[in-house]
Design a protein. Sequence first.
Lengths: 95, 423
Amino acid sequence: MPKAKVTFEDIGVTVTVPAGTRLIEVSEKVGASITYGCREGECCTCLTKIISGGENLASPSVLEDQVLKDNMAPRGHRLACQAQILGGEIVVKPA
Amino acid sequence: MPVAGLTDGAVEIAPGVHWVGALDPHLRSFDIILKTANGTSYNSYVVRGENGVAVIDTVKENFADTFFARLESVARYDEITTIVLNHLEPDHSGALPELLKRAPRAKVYLSSRAQMMLKALLKPSGEKPPEYIPVTTDDEVDLGGRTLRFLHTPYLHWPDTQCTYLVEDGILFSGDIFGCHFCDARLFNDTVGDFRFSFEYYYAHIMRPFREHVLDAVALIEPLELSTIAPAHGPILRHQPRDYVHRYRELATPRLFNEARSEKTLVVFYISAYGNTRRMAEALAAGAESIGGVRVSLYDLEGGESGIFTDLIEEADALAFGSPTINGDAVKPVWDVLSSLTTVNVKGKLGAAFGSYGWSGEAVRLIEDRLRGLKLRVPVEGLRIKLVPDSDELAACCQLGEQLARHLTGRVEHRDIDMAELA
């Protein structure tokens, strides 16, 4: 299975994950500072800054796009409960 | 509580500024979580300028008739140019859909985070949302000789909240901040009964979890000339309004000087039937203490009450909970504490769990899940030890404390791990 590497900059941990994993699945287990509310892409609690490797995440859904826009999220930010890792290397930290 | 004596008309709070709210004297609990021993009020206000009329907030839906009757006593619907929504919770927006129908000229001013809430609120009516304008601090609306200026004060107590300041009159329409559930037809703080308990009770249950945001809001409000604070619930504060701002600053500030403020703080809570979980707690505490820069406190849950522990938790940077497993669960005193944290902000604190067990040991994982649910970080996997911890197992507890302390002080070396290694 293709793998990817996600680095949680706030806690200094790089995790090798199977492609297709969502950020939420790994960030909680590793104890990163990203916090979650609804876990369904509505509340924007888990807004996360993608420091690098944004192209290695699946494009945001229409819902995620709308929530990011409504909450005036800066460019390069994603909802960790929605963002799916495709491969390569990604570095993230809480917004 | 005096309700009699209030007519169906509006009540003037300044020339051209009226209260058009509603009293709800028989309400006995609010939003399930608050007791309301003498009810509450839903305060709405009307401001008249030379070029238009503004309505600031509305009332709970089943009080809409009273609200509209009072509103009609001071303004025609075709005069209403402005509707300000300081907070979209249904007790303040219940009459909004109908108001929008009756006052079609009005533009709606609200915070940016309120936009989605407005759409959700109007969904059942099938109405197209009105023209609305998201505003933030220092944005203004000119009513003609009267200026409404907005203050961005989010999380008091929802993400959408804001305050609105009537510049020329020094009146702050504050939304829920500085409000309380207290119902008295005499309306003003210098004429109503003793509402001080209600004021502080309201802070403790509604605002306390957001105390950092309270301090940000107070910093925005303190420089304002204030003749009156007109909150969305409870008495209108026209006598010494600044005292209430000052009191909010006090309430949002830790009570005692924190001797450990230059260090990170870890509170270890435990409860133990046979002393095994206690020994784990002591080893964990000793391990954390051995890492410089962390002040550790150890508390037996059997010797205290949830309220006191809530105060401790609010001030702590990290929390560790130790519980034995009894009948497949953590024990009740642990859940009592973990279910009483809605009144404080624990988001982002570090958490850990540990415990001795006889057969199955579910408590640790259940506590970890709860900590994550409360938005704590759980950076180190908890420790379950079967019955009596031996010296190696106590050393592991010590190590758990050390690891937690390293996370707390930002002294964790970069690690590369595989997801399969994670619990």
